[in-house]
Design a protein around this ligand. Structure first.
Ligand code: SAM
Length: 440
């Protein structure tokens, strides 16, 4: 590595921004990697791994630090707390970095950041942890299951409690395990431009490793691949040409479930950046129209960029607030897609810090927003048309409970299909979808 101290300083900067300023980790990491594009691939991988890993395992790391430090984590200076966290992550989860190097680099970083007087403390805590790492006692699962699972899988207790309540212990444990796996990059072939076989060849020529998605529950997805071995998507000509779209396999199930007939008029009321709309427009094969709406200029611009990249003539972007009734759209749509803002607890492998930012109160507020939006946008569905409600979360209150509530309020709709997708070890985020049909 060219300058390991600098690399660690960048990681500390990322952690400070995420924990102190409340910024989203995936955005902060991406912007640092964009800014320091000249770094070697190995260094970029180190920054990503240590930043994401530290955030991913923060509850466990804090638990370990608290067992070896008289000053508890929440009383420490933020810089020191984050230096300890990223160092304990390397001690526990990265064999490639020798323990002595981890401790030395942490001490240097503390000094460099103006905390020379605390460098002895940092050194003492880390060396103590490194000596005793294999004999740490964790919370007793027999006495307090929730605390045990929370520390073991670094998941806030309120979320663990909620999932046990919603789905039972066995499912909760498998979901917690899945969230600690790395999320693969999955792509969907743009079938209007290329066949899956030809795309696979193109990607191989560009040095990308591809693997077919083989999933018994989703046999429809024979156009999807997992890809790896590339640095920047934008550096791939096949990406710039719009030959594929990066999308999680669970999200692909929206267009599959709608399975639109040619010439349909589809309204996607919360559409940015446009993944599901683009998929639907492609399925319409140049016929019909997908109107992709979102709240802000910035978001509708993202949709426009996707329309341009995929050269779709049957899709348009419109700026519109989904909570406000658009009289002109009443009874106009064959299909309304309501992929609504949600707690996002199903995508924690990609957005590692969501679990610390979300609270039960915010989730309850989201439920109210979702109901208001459903109440509004269901009016756009034609008689005989379809309303597709989806979220990327797993909590019943945002999913099944909302559907039950909706059907009670709107007896003119009936449930065709409802599916809770749990995150899977290999691919697929946590996702929910419900297909409702308006009676003719
Ligand atoms: C789950 S994301 C949609 C993802 C998108 N369907 C896709 O597959 O690419 C939810 C979207 O709702 C948008 N949103 C939030 N409040 C909104 C509102 N009042 N009206 C319209 N869109 C809104 C957000 O900007 C965000 O883009």
């Amino acid at each position: 590595m060219t300058d390991s101290v600098n690399t660690r300083e960048l990681i500390l900067g990322i952690l400070m921004e995420v924990t102190k300023e409340g910024s989203y980790s995936h955005l902060v990491i991406r912007s640092v990697l964009d800014k320091y594009q000249y770094l070697e691939k190995k260094e970029r991988a180190f920054i990503t791994r240590v930043s994401e890993g530290t955030i991913q395992y923060m509850i466990e790391l804090d638990y370990i630090i608290n067992r070896f430090s008289k000053v508890k984590v929440n009383k420490m200076k933020p810089v020191i707390r984050n230096i300890l966290r990223m160092s304990v992550y390397q001690l526990k989860y990265m064999d490639s970095v020798p323990d002595s190097a981890v401790c030395n680099e942490a001490v240097k970083l503390a000094k460099r950041k103006g905390f020379g007087s605390l460098s002895g403390f940092v050194n003492g805590v880390l060396r103590n942890i490194s000596r005793n790492l294999s004999s740490i006692t964790y919370p007793d699962g027999q006495k307090d299951q929730i605390q045990y699972l929370s520390v073991h899988y670094s998941m806030p207790e309120w979320i663990v409690k909620q999932w046990i309540n919603d789905y039972g212990m066995e499912r909760t444990v498998s979901v917690l395990q899945a969230f600690l796996q790395e999320a693969p990059v999955t792509i969907r072939t743009n079938l209007l431009k290329i066949t899956p076989e030809a795309l696979e060849m193109r990607l191989k020529e560009e040095g990308v490793t591809t693997e077919k998605i083989v999933c018994a529950d989703m046999p429809e997805l024979n156009y999807a691949f997992m890809i790896s071995g590339f640095d920047h998507l934008n550096a791939l000509e096949s990406f710039r040409e719009g030959l594929f779209y990066v999308q999680d396999v669970s999200s692909m199930m929206v267009a599959e479930t709608v399975d639109p007939v040619k010439d349909s008029y589809i309204m996607d009321v919360c559409a940015a950046p446009g993944g599901k709309s683009v998929h639907l427009a492609e399925k319409l094969g140049g016929t019909g129209m997908v109107e992709a709406r979102d709240l802000t200029d910035y978001k509708t611009d993202l949709i426009r960029q996707n329309i341009a990249r995929h050269q779709l003539s049957n899709m348009r972007a419109v700026q519109m607030d989904a909570t406000v009734l658009d009289e002109a759209s009443i009874g106009k749509a064959d299909v309304v897609i309501a992929d609504l803002p949600c707690s996002g607890l199903g995508v924690m492998r990609r957005k590692t810090d969501i679990k610390y930012k979300m609270t039960l109160q915010t989730e309850q507020e989201l439920v109210s927003l979702q109901r208001k939006m459903l109440e509004t946008v269901c009016q756009y569905v034609k008689a005989g048309g379809t309303l597709l409600y989806s979220t990327c979360t797993m909590d019943k209150m945002e999913n099944e409970d909302n559907v039950t509530w909706f059907l009670k309020q709107h007896p003119q709709f009936e449930l065709v299909k409802m599916q809770q997708i749990f995150p899977q070890k290999t691919y697929g985020d946590g996702f929910f979808l419900a297909k409702l049909q308006k009676k003719a």
